[in-house]
Unconditional design. Structure first.
Length: 131
């Protein structure tokens, strides 16, 4: 029995083909909101990718505060540290993150963990505190 590797595609197009096309060409395969953002700010996305390639060539971590950038095929394979308001969260860019924003993978709000009530939180615990 021969195992075949699953071919990875984005909207029916092979990922290797997508890496070869321009950022504006890739916008055709996105939803309307993402397409509009990419077409309006493709210079910003291309500048980020150029700076990221330079930093990765010098083995420096790629750190950014730009949580609103759309992930494009040229970023696949990069490890980017995205600021969440407190710290930089490392994110590995894979093909399934195409079309999403950086901020989606670096949550800015922590999950709330409710514990048991502390001393004085209920009326019954007040009487215990006086003794």
């Amino acid at each position: 029995m021969e195992l075949t590797k699953k071919q990875v595609t984005f909207r029916g197009i092979d990922i290797e083909e997508l890496k070869q096309i321009d950022v504006r060409e890739f916008a055709k395969y996105l939803n309307s909101r993402q397409k509009r953002y990419v077409l309006r700010s493709f210079h910003e996305i291309e500048d980020f990718m150029n700076r990221a390639r330079e930093k990765s060539a010098r083995n420096k971590p790629i750190r950014t505060h730009k949580r609103d950038l759309i992930i494009v095929p040229g970023m696949i394979g990069m490890k980017i540290h995205i600021y969440n308001g407190k710290m930089f969260v490392p994110v590995e860019i894979t093909w399934d993150k195409l079309g999403h924003k950086f901020g989606e993978f670096s949550p800015s709000r922590a999950r709330i963990k409710h514990g048991k009530a502390g001393m004085g939180a209920t009326k019954g615990s007040k009487s215990k505190a006086k003794k």
